[in-house]
Design a protein around this ligand. Structure first.
Ligand SMILES: [Zn+2]
Length: 277
């Protein structure tokens, strides 16, 4: 393994329906909802430049939520759930855990699910997966989104409270609960950094974009089967920074400038892969 460089993938994520990526009740005001969304605990000064902060209370999407959801979807797509089930069918708890084979695309990109994998592969004389190639960072709302929400909802308010009812089948009595969501139309900015450690890693970069595509046909956060969490990626930018860039004698290169959709990125995957060859 020899480090070749990194792809910086910047994107916007648009909520097509209300989005509920959960925090915990302890962080939320007394008298609030049972299902609060993740919010910034303190403001981030000068985030937008010109002394404009990302305000306290702004909703955000943790990188762990995007990574976890994308990984679980890809494990279904690549047949890894089935493989884990076959390996651990006597222990159902273990069978449903993230893939720990250390050999598949998902384990190489997202990291192997079990520390013992490295030992096992060594004993079996197999190749080690190497470090997890992708890092998923927290995604924060755009300035436009914050302005749009506050103009409609009031200063410092960024979420809607939606009431959902469960109806008793016999008495027809409603059992309401309140769900906090980021309103539809909100946009977040996030990034993924993908490190290339060898030439064959060029076959792994596409896994990220396949994951984005599958996420668009699933949901992010909670209550997806009840309408929340449909998302769409847009303005996807791919920058390549070769190892020399970090030694001070190489330049970065913008490989894709603001692709409109994941499909557009996938149609240019050949160009992207070449960088890590
Ligand atoms: Zn695996």
């Amino acid at each position: 393994m020899r480090y070749k460089g990194s792809f910086i993938i910047n994107y916007k994520l648009r909520a097509l329906t209300g989005l509920r990526v959960g925090g915990s009740r302890e962080e939320f005001d007394i008298g609030g909802t049972d299902n609060p969304v993740m919010k910034l605990p303190v403001e981030m000064p000068d985030y937008f430049g010109e002394n404009k902060p990302l305000p306290k209370g702004a909703p955000y999407i943790p990188g762990s939520s995007i990574k976890g959801k994308m990984r679980s979807l890809l494990e279904w797509v690549y047949g890894r759930v089935e493989a884990m089930y076959q390996k651990n069918s006597s222990e159902i708890e273990k069978a449903g855990k993230p893939c720990d084979c250390g050999e598949c695309e998902v384990c190489k990109v997202f990291g192997t699910g079990d520390a013992k994998t490295f030992e096992r592969l060594e004993q079996e004389g197999k190749e080690q997966p190497g470090p997890a190639r992708a890092k998923f960072f927290d995604a924060y709302p755009t300035e436009d989104t914050l302005n749009r929400l506050q103009n409609a909802l009031g200063q410092g308010i960024f979420t809607e409270i939606k009431t959902e009812n469960q109806i008793n089948r016999i008495t027809s009595r409603a059992n309401p609960r309140k769900v906090e969501r980021v309103p539809a139309g909100s946009e977040f900015e996030g990034s993924v950094i993908f490190d290339c450690y060898k030439e064959s890693d060029n076959e792994l970069i596409g896994v990220i974009f396949n994951g984005m595509k599958k996420l668009e046909d699933s949901f992010l956060g909670g209550y997806g089967s009840r309408g929340s969490g449909r998302v769409q990626f847009k303005d996807i930018e791919v920058i390549w920074r070769p190892a020399d860039y970090y030694k001070g004698n190489g330049n970065e290169e913008k490989v894709v400038d603001k692709a409109k959709s994941v499909d557009e990125i996938l149609s240019r995957l050949g160009e992207i892969k070449k960088k890590c060859s």
